[in-house]
Design a protein around this ligand. Structure first.
Ligand SMILES: NC(=O)c1ccc[n+]([C@@H]2O[C@H](COP(=O)([O-])OP(=O)(O)OC[C@H]3O[C@@H](n4cnc5c(N)ncnc54)[C@H](OP(=O)(O)O)[C@@H]3O)[C@@H](O)[C@H]2O)c1
Length: 384
């Protein structure tokens, strides 16, 4: 299997068909792109496989792009076929991962004269994020739903942008904040027209919004967390969500895109649990220990005619992630569970902020956002 990764010549760049527009004219030629999907059996990866399969014809017709799924894998299995894996039956092609599978794949994707390729990261893995510099340096496009790479140091964030520009390799990660809601793209556009972003505030965590929403309905904290966990909204260890570190990572990506020089250590994070690092007792017992405090907090807020909302914000004073008590009529307090909203204040839009909102979680909608990024990356690569 692995030896085949070295075989098979790709068309030299000069032989590639004419580059199509984003929406192709009828009868326009079709260009082909190689895809590699990591996290192929996860929630987002599985939804993306279904969408790629279902929309192959649409993609050819409307964007002039066709694809070969060269490889798909996760930690447990690896499948590849130079002729293209069949999306609906790819699980039959999965083999246990071998030590050199990945190295051979990366070498193939980044070798001089390789066909244009997009590497799609549907994991939450630091190990996978480690491969981005090598991929971008080798001219491979990277599309990530994984926010790990952009949430490292600010210098690493800038380095990835620099590699992308220098090697003409698209780097797109719109779904890392707000799932398929266009948030990062509009923020980039605002900055590219010379407008300065003064501040951002957002409700960006599906799991924390759901839990807070249920608390206002009278649910106990421990029950609300157990419910969110059963719905698949939290990490396997819900304390990871409750410590709000994932939300802080989203704020880093959002804030950096908006031009703020943020580092994770400088973001003030208010955890939803006051003993987050105390791992004694069962999970349920640790959660129950929070019930009384939350009941009191919620009833005080409701008594003031307010609701508690988990807000991430950044401005000239830095980044903060924490609970705010807001009037029930405020836009953030009005959101339904699963909805995200980002308010962007700029020098030109100071009193009426730019509002970007919608459904902010869910595998199908997130996969649709990844799909958009793939199409944009493919078009950029085919124009190189
Ligand atoms: N679900 C959502 O609504 C949503 C919304 C926005 C963004 N996202 C982001 O999308 C990403 C995927 O989320 P998900 O909900 O689909 O997660 P998931 O269901 O847990 O799937 C994660 C996948 O990543 C694979 N994986 C983990 N580490 C890997 C490694 N080192 N090498 C190769 N594969 C690895 C896992 O494979 P194994 O099973 O073999 O470990 C699994 O297939 C995350 O970064 C998440 O934050 C998700």
């Amino acid at each position: 299997m692995s030896a085949a990764l070295h075989a098979g010549a790709n068309a030299p760049r000069s032989d590639r068909p004419a580059v199509p527009a984003v929406f192709a004219a009828p009868g326009e030629s079709v260009a082909r792109i190689d895809l590699v999907l990591v996290g192929a059996r996860g929630q987002v990866g599985s939804a993306l496989r279904r969408q790629l399969d279902r929309r192959r014809h649409w993609l050819r017709e409307h964007t002039g792009v066709d694809y070969t799924l060269l490889a798909a894998f996760d930690r447990r299995g690896f499948a590849h076929d130079l002729q293209g894996l069949q999306l609906e039956s790819f699980e039959q092609d999965l083999q246990p991962r071998r030590d050199n599978d990945l190295e051979l794949l990366l070498a193939r994707l980044t070798r001089p004269g390789a066909a244009p390729a997009v590497f799609i990261d549907c994991t939450a893995s630091d190990e996978v994020a480690d491969w981005y510099p090598r991929l971008l340096s080798g001219g491979v496009g990277v599309v990530g739903a994984n926010k790990r790479a952009n949430a490292r140091s600010l210098s690493h964030f800038h380095e990835l942008q620099r590699l992308s520009r220098r090697h003409g390799a698209p780097y797109r990660y719109e779904t890392t904040v707000g799932a398929a809601i266009p948030v990062l793209g509009p923020i980039r556009d605002v900055r590219l027209r010379g407008e300065t972003i003064r501040s951002l505030q957002g409700v960006l965590s599906g799991s924390l919004s759901h839990i807070l929403h249920r608390l206002h309905e009278g649910c106990l904290f421990s029950d609300a967390v157990a419910e969110a966990s059963a719905l698949g909204l939290t990490e396997p260890d819900p304390f990871e969500d409750l410590r709000a570190e994932d939300l802080a990572r989203k704020l880093l990506v959002l804030g950096r895109e908006a031009g703020f020089a943020l580092e994770l250590e400088s973001v003030a994070i208010e955890s939803l649990v006051d003993d987050a690092n105390d791992a004694s007792g069962t999970l349920r017992e640790r959660l129950r220990a929070q019930d009384a405090r939350w009941q009191a907090r919620i009833s005080e807020a409701l008594g003031r005619g307010e609701r508690l909302v988990m807000v991430a914000q950044v401005d000239a004073d830095g980044g903060r992630v924490g609970i705010q008590s807001l009037p029930v009529a405020s836009p953030f307090a009005q959101l339904k569970p699963g909805e995200n909203l980002v308010l962007v204040h700029t020098d030109l839009q100071a009193t009426t902020p730019l509002a970007l909102g919608g459904k902010g979680a869910g595998a199908e909608i997130t996969a649709a956002g990844v799909f958009s990024d793939i199409v944009a990356a493919a078009n950029q690569l085919l124009r190189r």
